[in-house]
Design a protein around this ligand. Structure first.
Ligand SMILES: Nc1ncnc2c1ncn2[C@@H]1O[C@H](COP(=O)(O)OP(=O)(O)O)[C@@H](O)[C@H]1O
Ligand SMILES: [Mg+2]
Length: 312
């Protein structure tokens, strides 16, 4: 799997689409967007939001999940499971507790995570490209696997204990043992999906993380922080894509505005190359128009896969 991280607006979705486009040449690719302001629909000029896996080209599939609908459906499923298991209506205080969990910020991330892990566990693609939501988030999503796993582990233990006690109580009363525990099965299922995901994520031969940055001070500071964050969670950044770089040929016959812009950019580019040079895998030029549609994506893709413009 490949994950593009970085601040919003710098080109994660564009790069995700461009890489998917290139790789689809020789293997089946799923490009998955986790951004609430997702724009794979815009980029591919096709409404794919909430529509599941949509085939854009042979071998190129795109998903933009509708996390809100997914959460609503999930909550309804949980309620139905409770009704089925306990053969009763849900007490109002419990129902309102379940309803209020929809508003939890982590709910959105969990739902997205679950969807990502689900696709990966199915394993029907050769490459999964995950386009992360804007930065802090991007890394938070990545580290969330561990938090979720620990949490599911605890819940499972508690549930197993409860089931043990339940069985003892039933035996003492001479009642028959109940059928399988749906809650426990659900927890085992979630755990399996998460484990598949984290196993792949932590395997350097199977997962790569790229950051998309631009030649600006803010971006440099951000990248330094991100590198530390990656290190702190035991992951390695595979590379950096510098996007929206003004083509050097702009320097011929420039206006004072452009002269300034180019100067500022050169300063930042020098700093980027000095600090992260080894990680830089591609320098993508600023296009005169937003790269859209298959033609636009193909143009970005060419740069992304070939190192982009030369920088000296
Ligand atoms: N190299 C580029 N040249 C011109 N516009 C670009 C380039 N890369 C991205 N853009 C535009 O910048 C905006 C943000 O890009 P996007 O890929 O959506 O960023 P992110 O997913 O990181 O928020 C979009 O409007 C996109 O079309
Ligand atoms: Mg995006």
């Amino acid at each position: 799997m490949v994950i593009f991280a970085g601040k919003g607006g710098l080109g994660k979705t564009t790069c995700s689409a461009a890489l998917s486009y290139a790789v689809a040449n020789n293997r089946k690719v799923l490009c998955f967007s986790t951004d609430p302001q997702a724009s794979l629909s815009d980029i591919f000029e096709k409404n794919i939001f909430g529509k599941g896996e949509v085939e854009i080209l042979p071998n190129l599939f795109v998903v933009e999940i509708d996390a809100d609908t997914k959460i609503a459906r999930y909550i309804e499923e949980i309620k139905q499971k409770i009704r089925d298991m306990y053969k009763t209506e849900i007490p109002p205080e419990i129902e309102s507790y379940i309803d209020s969990s929809v508003a939890e910020p982590a709910m959105y991330e969990s739902a997205t995570y679950d969807a990502m892990a689900g696709y990966l566990a199915e394993g029907s693609y050769g490459l999964y490209v995950f386009d992360m939501p804007p930065f802090g988030h991007g890394i938070r999503m990545i580290t969330m696997a561990d938090i979720l796993s620990a949490w599911v582990e605890k819940l499972t233990e508690a549930r197993e204990k409860a089931r043990e006690y339940d069985e003892i109580a039933r035996k003492l009363k001479g009642e028959k043992l109940v059928k399988e525990d749906d809650v426990l099965n659900e927890l085992y299922d979630i755990k399996k999906r998460l484990t598949t995901f984290t196993d792949v994520m932590k395997d350097k031969n199977k997962a790569a993380f790229f950051m998309v940055i631009t030649p600006e001070r803010m971006s440099i500071i951000d990248t330094e922080k991100a590198l530390e964050m990656f290190k702190s969670v035991g992951l390695e950044l595979s590379g950096i894509v510098v996007n929206k770089v003004l083509p050097p040929e702009m320097a011929s016959n420039p206006s004072p505005f452009i002269v300034n812009k180019l100067k500022q950019q050169r300063e930042c580019m020098n700093e980027i190359m000095e600090k992260f040079g080894k990680l830089v895998i591609s320098i993508i030029p600023m296009f005169p128009r937003e790269p859209r549609g298959l033609e636009g994506i193909a143009a970005v893709s060419k740069h992304l896969m070939n190192g982009g413009i030369e920088w000296t």
